[in-house]
Design a protein around this ligand. Sequence first.
Ligand code: MLT
Length: 243
Amino acid sequence: MRLSYFHVADDVPIDALPQVAVVIDVLRATTTIATAFNNGAEAVQTFSDLNELKKQSSNWPSSSRLLLGERGGKRLEGFDLGNSPVALKPNIVNGKRLFMSTTNGTKSLDRVKDVKNLYVMALINRKAVAKRLLKENPDDVLILGSGWEGSYSLEDSLAAGSLASFLLEASPGSINLVNDEINAALALWSFWKEDIEGCLRTATHGKRLESIGNHDDDFSCCSELDKINIVPCQSEQGVLRSY
Ligand code: MLT
């Protein structure tokens, strides 16, 4: 299994999509998506375009839909929820379809929507995604972070390194790290793995979240390694389900 990591959507080579991609946005979109399914969401439909989100969600029964989204970390006006994973309580999301748009995470999902198998990972479901990859044993896995408006993200690289570390330990000799970004991510994980929340609070987006309000619960939730056994997968383009 060859692993490559790309920091942001625009870094992904146009004509070289492998069979399998793993999208990461630790603060907070992929943590939110994994939490939504852990709490019973029916599906998560993701949009990089807000007008398309509003158009498609209007065709869904209001009793079984929720609009979820942020720009700059702040909840979008008229949306039911922002992008805080701790707000997605079971009594709120159970059975609902979430229509979701975020600053960066949904852009990364859109960039690799044409792959055969698209998985969504955060730190909280890292082990679940790693075990799915080991079970399916694809030749190539493209890991894609989300960053911030085209810039590098410390927390997404940390998660990519945590995935590489788990796979290397679980299947020594059969995992190849094929670009510098994944090797750097592994080194980052080795440095920060004993202080995950400290890494998230050191990240520029972590400091951005701190600057717009108290996000202690989000930092705690986003830092909980291997907490839930959920693998969000793309069941059709733009639609995620857990299976
Ligand atoms: C993103 O899309 O970059 C993040 O999810 C933003 C956030 O929710 O803080």
